[in-house]
Design a protein around this ligand. Structure first.
Ligand SMILES: Cc1ncc(COP(=O)(O)O)c(C=O)c1O
Length: 398
């Protein structure tokens, strides 16, 4: 008998899987680590889902999520043929890699791991800025594609197209490029005009991943309807309080959408997810009021943490990236009695632990550009207040 180990593809052996944020079940935990929405879905939506839970669960759902695509088409001013729905936007991102990128032959991948791009093989390249959504490199690895991770500017803004051309690292011919906009994990928003310049310069498919766009000043949806190589990804998870049901989608040219449609599972979107998403779109007023509340909490939390000496990046999302106070106390903040005189500071990783001890869970990423920061989801006002209180208490112990 062969060992189970020998039955697994080498590529899979070598794979580093995507690491999702923790979902611990700790009583009283304030969970600010996975960018979930603090507000529940609308009562109308819940009613629609409950009404759908009956004997019809024995039937397959609509294979193309037709009713949902029609509703979304009205919302975005396009046709249902411009839309494909996925089991979360993660699924449509994965479909894009499979549909548009050639895998490197297995033997070549083994000899030379697919870590850096070579512009002589643009059809095999998945390209993205770094840091951005950490799923993109995992999807490239699963597919056996090459990766081209290009640094954002130091303040997480987008390098201009001219800078990218000069830098010589960005591949304008890459088969597939992902841009997280607004960016995660920095929260930095990008102007549609800036994105349009980049899209116009690209020869391959470009996905504008707008998972957090409902909390931003502008969106770039019109680019997906203007340019045949641009796809915009959206999700019901964040702004629409629907992580549990897993519904996301792409908007784009019918030919790209048809290609993705060919390779998806026949019933990729579960029936209750379809019902939930349709009912969500019938109650947008409820959700838009929540966006405003979240943005107001974000701004207030930013001010409070800044006063405590945190460096908080301006955010256009439902989270902030905040660097805990270091040793230098800005003159403008000397009023706030802090622990600097006592000498101690904590690393961001230590802050993660200290906050956890106070039953507040935030996220910390162990890569150089952001390892000094905490990513904090914007919760309800009382959760944000609890975080500020905990931060003050921690600072007082130092
Ligand atoms: C930038 C970005 N895109 C896509 C997703 C995936 O969302 P979904 O829940 O729709 O799969 C996430 C989730 O964290 C994200 O941060």
């Amino acid at each position: 008998m062969k060992s189970p180990h020998s039955l697994i593809r080498p590529l899979v052996h070598d794979l580093h899987a995507y690491v999702p944020g923790e979902q611990p079940k700790i009583k009283g935990l304030i969970k600010l680590n996975t960018n979930e929405n603090p507000y529940p879905p609308s009562p109308r939506m819940l009613k629609a889902v409950k009404a759908a839970v009956d004997g019809r669960l024995r039937l397959y759902p609509n294979p193309t999520a037709q009713a949902l695509r029609e509703k979304l088409a009205k919302l975005h001013g396009c046709g249902p043929e411009n839309i494909i729905i996925g089991n979360g936007s993660d699924e449509v991102l994965a479909l894009a890699v499979r549909a548009f990128v050639e895998p490197v032959a297995a033997e070549v991948t083994r000899r030379k791991p697919a870590t850096s791009a070579s512009s002589s093989r643009p059809r095999q390249i998945v390209q993205y800025f770094h840091p951005s959504y950490s799923l993109y490199p995992v999807l490239a690895d699963i597919h056996g594609a090459m990766k081209n991770a290009v640094p954002l500017n130091a303040n997480f803004t987008l390098p201009s197209t001219a800078e990218l051309k000069k830098g010589g690292v960005w591949d304008f011919n890459a088969a597939l490029t992902f841009v997280t906009t607004p960016n995660a994990p920095s929260g930095c928003g990008y102007a549609a005009s800036e994105l349009e310049k980049l899209c116009r310069a690209m020869k391959g498919v470009i996905v504008l991943d707008e998972a957090y766009v409902d909390f931003a000043r502008e969106n770039a949806m019109q680019l997906a309807l203007k340019y045949p190589h641009v796809l915009v990804a959206r999700t019901f998870s964040k702004a629409y309080s629907l992580c549990f049901q897993r519904v996301g989608y792409f908007v784009g040219h019918p030919e790209l959408i048809a290609a993705l449609d060919k390779i998806r599972d026949s019933y990729n979107v579960n029936g209750l997810g379809q019902v939930a998403a349709v009912a969500t779109l019938e109650d947008l007023k409820y959700y838009r009021a929540n966006f405003r509340k979240i943005v107001a909490t974000r701004e207030k939390l930013t001010r409070s943490l800044t006063l405590l000496g945190f460096c908080v990046l301006p955010s256009q999302t439902n989270f902030i990236l905040a660097k805990p106070p270091g040793n230098v106390l800005p003159a403008s903040r000397r009023k706030v009695q802090r622990r600097q005189d006592a000498g101690g500071t904590l690393t961001a990783k230590e802050w993660l632990q200290k906050l956890r001890e106070k039953k507040i869970l935030v996220r910390w990423f162990n890569y150089p550009e952001v390892k000094d920061y905490l990513r904090i989801t914007i919760g309800a006002p009382q959760e944000a207040a609890a975080l500020v209180k905990a931060a003050k208490a921690i600072l007082q112990t130092l």
